[in-house]
Design a protein around this ligand. Sequence first.
Ligand SMILES: Cc1cc2nc3c(=O)[nH]c(=O)nc-3n(C[C@H](O)[C@H](O)[C@H](O)COP(=O)(O)OP(=O)(O)OC[C@H]3O[C@@H](n4cnc5c(N)ncnc54)[C@H](O)[C@@H]3O)c2cc1C
Length: 254
Amino acid sequence: MDVVVFAKYVPTPEGTPELGPDHLLVRDGGDGALDPGDTYGLELGLRLVEAHGGEVTVVSMGPAGAIAAVQRALAMGAHRGVLVTDPALRGADALATARVLAACLRRRPADLVLAGIESTDGYTGTVPVTVAELLGIPSVTAVRAVEVVDGALRVERQTEEGADEVACPLPALLTVTAGATEPRFPSLKGIMGAKQKPVETLALADLGIDVEDVRPTQRVVAVADAPPPAGGEIVDAEVGIARIADLLVEAKVL
Ligand SMILES: Cc1cc2nc3c(=O)[nH]c(=O)nc-3n(C[C@H](O)[C@H](O)[C@H](O)COP(=O)(O)OP(=O)(O)OC[C@H]3O[C@@H](n4cnc5c(N)ncnc54)[C@H](O)[C@@H]3O)c2cc1C
C-alpha cells in the first residue's frame, strides 16, 4: 500500500510568529516544526503499512526550512520524503498549495493520502479536499478509524452526534482527527536513521507548474492587533446565582 502523508511546516506554538513587511508570516529562518495536527495522519499511515505492507511518503510544501518537518516525519518512521520549495510559493494561498500537492501526487500516485483536518497557522481546512477534487478521488474528512477490507476502506468519521461508518474505494484522501491515534515519538535510532532516508527536493518546474498557476489570489493589505476582549463582570459568590440568572435573562438565554 503506497501511502502519502501531508506534513505542513508551521511556526512552533511556543515561538512568536513574525510578519514580514508584506504582512506575510516569516517562515524561513523562523522557528518552525512539523504541524502537530499532521502527526495523527502520519501515525495512522505507519500503522496501515505495518499491517498491510507498503511505504509511507511524506510530502511538504514550504520554505527550505520545511525540511525539518520532513525529517521529523522520517524520524517517526516514514520511508521517504518530498519537499517542494520555490521562491514563487512565498505567500501561496490554499488553492495554490492544493495545486502543488496534487501535482506531487500526479507525479507519484498513491493508494491513500492522509492529511490533518486543518493546519495550526492558516487553518482554512480547505487544502486536503481541494487536492482530492483536483485529482478526482473521493475524500472523507474527520476520520477517527480506518480499516482496509478487500482492497477498499471502511472508515469511521467523527460527527457531532457520534460517528458515521463510510465505505470508500481506493485511491482516496482522508483527513484524520486528533483522537484517531496516539502518535509515536521518534526513537534515537529513528532520528539517526532519518538522515539516510531518501528526500527529493522539488521546484515548481519539476512539477510542470507555471508560476502563474500559483500566484496568490488575495493580498494581505493590513494587519491589526485584535481588540482586547470586552471587560466581563466579576460575580462574587454572595450574589452569584441570582446575578447570573439575571444576566442570562438579559441575554435572552433564559
Ligand atoms: C494566519 C494565516 C492566515 C491565512 N489565511 C488564508 C486564507 O484566508 N486563505 C488562503 O487561501 N490562505 C490563507 N493562508 C495561507 C495558507 O495557510 C497557506 O496557503 C497554506 O499553505 C495552506 O492553507 P492552510 O494552512 O489553511 O491549510 P489547511 O487546509 O488548514 O491544512 C489542512 C492540512 O493540509 C495539509 N497541508 C496544508 N498546507 C500544507 C503544506 N504547505 N504542505 C503540506 N501539507 C499541507 C496538512 O496536512 C494540513 O494539516 C493563511 C496563512 C496564515 C499563516
